[in-house]
Design a protein around this ligand. Structure first.
Ligand SMILES: Nc1nc2c(ncn2[C@@H]2O[C@H](COP(=O)(O)OP(=O)(O)OP(=O)(O)O)[C@@H](O)[C@H]2O)c(=O)[nH]1
Ligand SMILES: [Mg+2]
Length: 434
């Protein structure tokens, strides 16, 4: 575990902009700030002044001081807003090191915040997710976690478990009073709570890491045109010759704020040449691995058996039937059991709706997918398993043991009972400056 006795500093913003911010945290913040900054120093106020080394001015800066415990880390902290060049930043780093400060390790600011009770573990991890989340909805989910909603939900479950354990304890001490114990239904209830949380978890993961869409269909139906329309860019080659796309063409986008990874594939049919055969094999694999499949059907052509085959292959997957080329449609077949979208890449009809329906399919618009973090998911699974064991325990002692295990698995999410090395591992994943 990193020591919090030293005063640390780190660049908190990328270099290259007009201004860069350097963060400082620890006991020496105030004396060092007094020594190197000529401006006024007052809690939580930003002042203009010179950064000096002895008498020598180094940069014209703004600085703000935060008095402990009212700071991000809970320690005395300062932020120096310096000019954003590498050379100036290096000079400031040197100056800070000469004054006995040391560079922060990755995540060290947030680790100190955690150690000083400024945030719980789920909030710390949300900070990290927020730094790394790209699309808007993911950021919203990370924010939700940051405000402690996950913490509250887990806490409620922990409370229930503690109550059950107390009841079991009482039963052991006063067996006579516990004849009609209703412990088991309570354990079932907690198990259900956790299952509910887990069922939202995948949704949370989609929000954070995005999901994959495979665009599949027979040759020349307009798959590559669809990819291009969805990303508003001429990414894939489009021709009127069947068999244009051979390899998988990939592109990233965001639909309703959810990150999406799109894969355009080779048209599925009985291929004769070798390259096409390989392309079709890859297309089949892409369809298998995708979270969602677009089954693309050409409305200007009669319905054909190849499409029938793809439809039966994707029966058990999340899929959207995309009826293409609506501008020259002959007739529109019906798919009563599927999500259907009628589009034209020529007129743009249906493209926006397709994006919305796709996002809705993985992340229904309420923000209930609050678990976005793989570590949380594995802790919940461990708790679920222990609860499952508790339900079939041979006696109350064994049940209590299983319940304790469930409790400690949940504690690993909120930080109530986390092992040192788990904490260190979490904070090491942060970037320096956080
Ligand atoms: N009228 C009309 N033509 C379209 C539409 N979408 C695609 N096309 C035309 O259909 C032909 C095939 O389009 P592609 O996007 O290359 O089709 P594909 O499914 O990727 O074809 P392969 O890569 O060969 O499997 C091209 O001539 C496109 O211009 C549409 O919405 N309306
Ligand atoms: Mg193509």
């Amino acid at each position: 575990m990193m020591s919090s006795s030293q005063t640390i500093y780190a660049l908190a913003t990328p270099l290259g902009g007009a201004i860069a911010v350097i963060r400082i945290s620890g006991d020496k913040t105030l004396p060092v700030l007094r020594k190197i900054f000529t401006g006024k120093i007052d809690h939580s106020k930003l002042y203009h002044g010179m950064l000096v080394s002895g008498d020598e001015p180094k940069d014209d800066i703004m600085a703000v001081f935060f008095r402990s415990p009212n700071s991000y880390t809970g320690e005395d902290m300062a932020e120096l807003h310096i000019h954003g060049s590498r050379a100036i930043a290096d000079e400031v780093f040197m100056l800070l090191s000469e004054n006995g400060l040391r560079p922060a390790q990755a995540g060290e600011f947030s680790l100190r915040a955690f150690q000083n009770g400024k945030m719980n573990l789920t909030q710390a991890e949300a900070v990290m997710d927020l730094i790394s989340s790209t699309a808007k909805r993911s950021a919203a989910s990370a924010m939700l976690q940051l405000t402690g909603k996950l913490f509250t939900v887990i806490h409620e479950i922990q409370e229930k478990l503690i109550n059950i354990l107390a009841e079991i304890d009482a039963a052991i001490d006063y067996p006579d009073e516990m004849e009609d114990s209703n412990v088991l239904p309570q354990v079932f209830e907690v198990e259900r709570d956790i299952s509910d949380l887990l069922s939202h978890a995948m949704q949370g993961r989609y929000l954070r890491e995005g999901f994959t869409v495979a665009i599949a269909g027979k040759p020349n139906v307009g798959k590559s045109s669809l990819l291009n329309a969805l990303i508003s860019e001429d990414r894939a080659i489009v021709t009127d010759i069947a068999g244009t796309t051979r390899d998988i063409i990939e592109a990233d986008a965001a639909f309703s704020g959810v990150p999406v990874h799109l894969c355009d594939t080779a048209g599925l049919h009985e291929a004769s040449d070798q390259a096409e055969k390989i392309g079709i094999e890859r297309a089949r694999r892409a369809v298998e691995c995708a979270d969602i499949v677009y089954v693309v059907i050409d409305l200007s052509m009669p319905f054909v058996p190849e499409s029938e085959e793809l439809l039966s292959q994707t029966r058990d997957k999340k899929r959207i039937i995309v009826l293409c080329k609506s501008d020259i449609a002959k007739s529109v077949p019906e798919f009563p059991h599927d999500t259907v979208c009628v589009v034209s890449t020529v007129t743009g009809e249906g493209i926006q709706t397709l994006k919305e329906k796709t996002a809705e399919m993985v992340c229904p618009s309420d923000e209930s997918g609050i678990i976005t973090n793989m570590r949380h998911i594995s802790c919940l699974r461990a708790a679920q398993k222990s609860l499952h064991d508790a339900c079939s325990a041979v006696d109350t002692d064994c049940m209590a043991q299983d319940l304790h295990m469930a409790l400690s698995a949940l504690g690993n999410i909120t930080g109530d009972s986390v092992d040192e090395d788990v904490i260190t591992r979490i904070f090491e994943r942060f970037c320096v400056g956080k």
